[in-house]
Ligand binder design. Structure first.
Ligand code: FAD
Length: 425
C-alpha cells in the first residue's frame, strides 16, 4: 500500500526527526504532526542544564527550539496540530482519534515519549488538585518554575538522585544555594547503570556540598493553605526527619505516554505499558511504527535485547528510521546503534555507551578524587558491551566503537586503562 498520508503523534524530538526524515527521503504526500504541548518542538536536555544556569552566556533561561512552527509548516509542509491530544487509535479503520475528530492515516509513527511520575497526592490532575511548590522537570514550563525558585534563592528539595534530579542539585550548588537530594536506594542509579557508577556519583554530590540522603523515602508532604490554595511546606522522610521546602522537584522516573493506545491492538509492555517494536521500529500492527522514549526496541547488537531508552540520540535516530520504514516497509532494516547518553553534574561530563546489562562491571580508571576521570566497563562473556565515563570524552567515543564492533573485553580494559592515565589524557 502506498503511503499518501503519514501521521506522526508526539511533536518533540522523535516526532520532529520523523517528519524531517520523511521529507528528506523524498516523500511528497500529506504529513500530519500532532502534539499536545502548545510549543513547537524544543530540546529538553538543556532544561536541566544551561536553562537553569546563572550564566547568561550559556543559554540560561532560553528555550532551545529545534524548529519553529513556521519552518515546519512552510519548509516541511507539515499539517501541524499543536495543543492537540491524541485520545485513541482505531487500527481497524486506520484513524487517530483527536477527541471527536478522526484523522485517517496510511502509516503512523507513535512518538509520544514519556511522562514523569508524581508522588501520591501531588498529581495536579488528581482528586486533590495541584499542590503548589511541587514540580517535575519535563517541560519548558516546569523548567521556568525551577529556575524562578533558584533565582529567588528558595529552599529546594529534590526527590530522586537520578540524572535529572542530580542536574537540578548541580544548578543549585552552582548558585551557592543549599540543596537536599532524597534517594530511596542505598546507592543511587543502581538500576540504570549499576552500583559501581552509583558509588562514584555519590562522591560527586558530596564533593559539591549537596546534602544527599540515601536509603530514605518520602513519608509525606506537609502543606499549608494560606489563601485557600494547597502549598507545600516541608518533606517528611521515612526516617522521621522533616525538611522544610519552598520547592520540591520530583525526579522519580517516567512512564511511557501510551494511555491513548490502550485497547487499540498495539502491543504494549506488560510492565510499563511502553510500545513493543522490533529492530525496525515496527509494532505488531501493520502500518504502525514507534520510536523514542515511548518504545521498547529490540537491539540486534545485544542479542535482540529489548530496551526502552530515555536518551536523546535514541529518540533522534529511531524517530528518523521509523518514518523511513513507515514510508517504505519493504526496505526496512534492523537499526543497529550503540545507545548513548550524557549528563552534566557539577562541572563534570558523564557519558554512557552501550548496555549496562552485563555479567560484570569493572572500574578501570578511578581518578575523580584527584581531578582525573572515571571509566567503568561492562562485560558479557568475553566482549565489552558498555562503558560509563566521566570527564574523558575522547575515550568514550573510542569505547563506543569497540562496543559496536563487539570488541574483546581484555583489549577494551587495556585500552581504557592506558587512555585514562594522566600521561594519555
Ligand atoms: C530535563 C531533561 C533533561 C534531559 N537530559 C538528557 C541528557 O542529558 N541526555 C540524554 O541523552 N537525554 C536527556 N533527556 C532525555 C531526552 O530529552 C528524551 O529522551 C527525549 O526528549 C525523548 O524524545 P521523544 O520525542 O521520544 O519524547 P518526548 O520528548 O517525551 O516527547 C513526546 C511528546 O509527545 C507529546 N505527547 C504525549 N502524549 C501525547 C498525546 N496523547 N497526544 C499528543 N501528544 C502527546 C508530549 O507532550 C511530548 O511533547 C532529558 C530529558 C529531560 C526532560
Amino acid at each position: 500500500m502506498s503511503v499518501e498520508r503519514l501521521v506522526v503523534v508526539g511533536a518533540s524530538l522523535a516526532g520532529l526527526r520523523a517528519v524531517e526524515a520523511a521529507r528528506r527521503a523524498g516523500y511528497d504526500g500529506e504529513l500530519v504532526l500532532v502534539g499536545d504541548e502548545v510549543h513547537a518542538p524544543y530540546d529538553r536536555p538543556p532544561l536541566s542544564k544551561a536553562f537553569l544556569d546563572p550564566d547568561g552566556e550559556r543559554g540560561a533561561g532560553r528555550v532551545m527550539e529545534l524548529r519553529t512552527a513556521e519552518a515546519l509548516r512552510d519548509e516541511l509542509r507539515v499539517d501541524l496540530r499543536l495543543g492537540t491530544r491524541a485520545t485513541g487509535l482505531d487500527t481497524a479503520a486506520r484513524e487517530v482519534l483527536l477527541g471527536d475528530e478522526r484523522v485517517p492515516y496510511d502509516a503512523l509513527v507513535i512518538a509520544t515519549g514519556s511522562v514523569p511520575r508524581w508522588l501520591p497526592g501531588t498529581d495536579p490532575g488528581g482528586p486533590d488538585g495541584p499542590l503548589e511548590g511541587v514540580t517535575q522537570l519535563r517541560t519548558v514550563d516546569d523548567a521556568r518554575r525551577v529556575r524562578d525558585a533558584l533565582e529567588a534563592g528558595q529552599r529546594i528539595v529534590v526527590v530522586g538522585a537520578g540524572f535529572i534530579g542530580s542536574e537540578v542539585a548541580s544548578a543549585a550548588r552552582k548558585r551557592g544555594l543549599p540543596v537536599t537530594v532524597v534517594e530511596a536506594l542505598d546507592v543511587p542509579l543502581t538500576r540504570s547503570v549499576g552500583a559501581e557508577v552509583g558509588v562514584a556519583c555519590v562522591g560527586l554530590h558530596r564533593a559539591a556540598g549537596t546534602d544527599l540522603r540515601l536509603g530514605v523515602g518520602v513519608a509525606g508532604l506537609d502543606e499549608e493553605t494560606p489563601d485557600g490554595r494547597r502549598r507545600v511546606r516541608a518533606v517528611r522522610l521515612t526516617d522521621g526527619t522533616t525538611l522544610p521546602a519552598d520547592l520540591v522537584v520530583l525526579g522519580i522516573g517516567v512512564r511511557p505516554a501510551t494511555d491513548w493506545l490502550e485497547g487499540s491492538g498495539v502491543a504494549l509492555h506488560d510492565g510499563d505499558r511502553g510500545v513493543l517494536v522490533d529492530a525496525t521500529m515496527a509494532t505488531n500492527v501493520p502500518g504502525v511504527w514507534a520510536a523514542g522514549d515511548v518504545a521498547h526496541v529490540e537491539n540486534p547488537l545485544f542479542d535482540g535485547e529489548q530496551h526502552r531508552l530515555e536518551h536523546w540520540t535514541n529518540a533522534a535516530d529511531h524517530g528518523a528510521a521509523a518514518a523511513r520504514h513507515a514510508l517504505d516497509p519493504a526496505a526496512a532494516e534492523p537499526v543497529v546503534t550503540v545507545p548513548y547518553f550524557w549528563s552534566d553534574w557539577y562541572g563534570h561530563r558523564l557519558q554512557f555507551v552501550g548496555t549496562p546489562r552485563a555479567e560484570e562491571a569493572r572500574v578501570v580508571v578511578d581518578d575523580l578524587a584527584t581531578g582525573g576521570g572515571l571509566v567503568v566497563l561492562y562485560r558479557r562473556e568475553d566482549r565489552v558491551v558498555g562503558a560509563f565515563v566521566v570527564d574523558l570524552p575522547r575515550v568514550v567515543m573510542k569505547l563506543r566503537r569497540r562496543v559496536l564492533d563487539r570488541g574483546p573485553w581484555e583489549e577494551a580494559v587495556a585500552f581504557a586503562t592506558d587512555a585514562g592515565t594522566p600521561a594519555s589524557r
